[in-house]
Write a protein that binds this ligand. Sequence first.
Ligand code: SAM
Length: 322
Amino acid sequence: MLIDKHGRKVNYLRVSVTERCNFRCQYCMPEKPFSWVPKENLLSYEDLFEFIKVGIDQGIDKVRITGGEPLLRKGLDGFIKMIADYKPGIDLALTTNGFLLNETAQALKDAGLNRINISLDSLKSEVAHHIAQKDVLQKVLDGIELASKIGLKIKINTVPMKGVNDTELLDILEYCQERNFPIRFIEYMENSHANDLKGMKTHEIQEIISSKYTFEQVESKDPSSPTTDYKLNNGYVFGVIEPYKDDFCKSCNRIRLTAEGMLIPCLYFEDALSIKEAIQDKDIKKAASILQEVLDNKPEKNKWSSDDDGEVSTRAFYETGG
Ligand code: SAM
């Protein structure tokens, strides 16, 4: 079992397979990323898998594939199959913008994928275009419908932004409710890569939802989930992720591996160690000791703060693996 210095059990590994993305979401990426990591610097699927095995052998039982946009990397179904075959029954999930799901969902499911989180920030094509800086909506919606039809479990992630999609929060919630997809509204997290945007805080999101529904906070089914859940009067549950909240990090159970082999203890924490050399030297003992060192470095709290002395992260989600 993996336990960090603050007594938190770490059982969740998020693996970014690429930092590249086919969207340029204004809250995540500059129009031109400063520079992409050259492809030759990326770890092969085989190398990423070698490290994942080390994690699984020590207690990781949940793996999420993310990016960048993970569906851009060819052969992802084969990678998923390696993990699913190594540990049948493992909780294996993917986070995607959904754009390439139509072409990939069936192969991913056949390979052993269970669940998909999909970003959906608008149901209006012009707004989705404005956010992603590309005409994306119809293809994303088609991908969501297909993935759901073939039996993948779907969750929707939405980042509410003032003056961008704030008038649509009820529509997006109802789109999810009609299809029985859980939705999580993610409070916008400031970072030096994003354009000048105004995110919305939980109370502002709640105010919009309360114009139509009453709701009450309910206990989350998963105590390590970063989401606060609310149940509407009709029984549908929606969630809000509040990274600025004081106890947000209390139950954090995750670490992150980037496509270049950097092991990161916290989304917006700069300290990371490379497992690349150890894995390529097939030095499993060394890889395991790096894993322990990263756990020992896992900070008690992330560095976000909503007050003025808080730091604005220079690491963007697409780099770390959001
Ligand atoms: N490309 C995939 C996608 O779109 O879901 C995976 C990577 S993306 C970085 C993962 C999640 O991070 C998305 O749900 C996105 O909305 C969220 N995200 C990115 N930047 C964010 C920010 N500044 N604040 C809040 N959420 C953010």
